[in-house]
Unconditional design. Sequence first.
Length: 239
Amino acid sequence: MCRPWTSSAPARSSSWQTPHAAARFLDGPTTDSEPDPQPEPEASPPKWRRKRAEIVVHIAAEVLAGQCDGVARVEGIGPLLLEQVTDLLRGREVTVQPVIDLNVGRAVNGYEHPTTVKKRTELRTTRDVFPHSTRQGGLSRLDHDHPVPYVPPDEGGPPGQTGDHNDAPVGRTDHRAKTHLGYQVKQLGLGAYRWETPHGLARIVTGQGTRRIQLLKTTDGTTIGELYDTPYNLQIDFN
């Protein structure tokens, strides 16, 4: 008669009667203890990002060089003291851009006006240069058209056609009027434009706004100049 097998091992608590406990018992003792579970790191609060602000300050070159005292003008606001500018920028992300000298121009050989050229032109004009337009400037809101049509280099076009000297920022509707309705524009200088409608009306547009003019033309219709309205009723006698 077989006697039932009994173990001399001490009795274990009921917590060892699970399959996992049995597996550990059969595997034998181990020197590697399981690491205590680590708590998950708390999510760090999102970093507060400062809002960006852009201000354009106009200042004379002599003042910037320290040759004389002067007042800086903030675009869209007017003259401001340094303390007032500091208050405007408090709590903002500030990026200092290089000084842009608007007395000189820049030109490239490609068709597209680069951002540097667009920025310079819009700082001079401040708005759409179509006559009497009140549309404000902006690199993404205006088309930058060539008053003198661009000619590809492989078709005989000269280098440096695209630049401050050949850049007219206009709205999309105004751009179409120039292209399809017979409006003509001539850039007279950096930031100055002379427009002529199909009916012979003419306007000068600068950063100060639109001014009515009368065109001086030769017998064959070539424009050779313009007459400006004056508040003094001047009469010129050529005899």
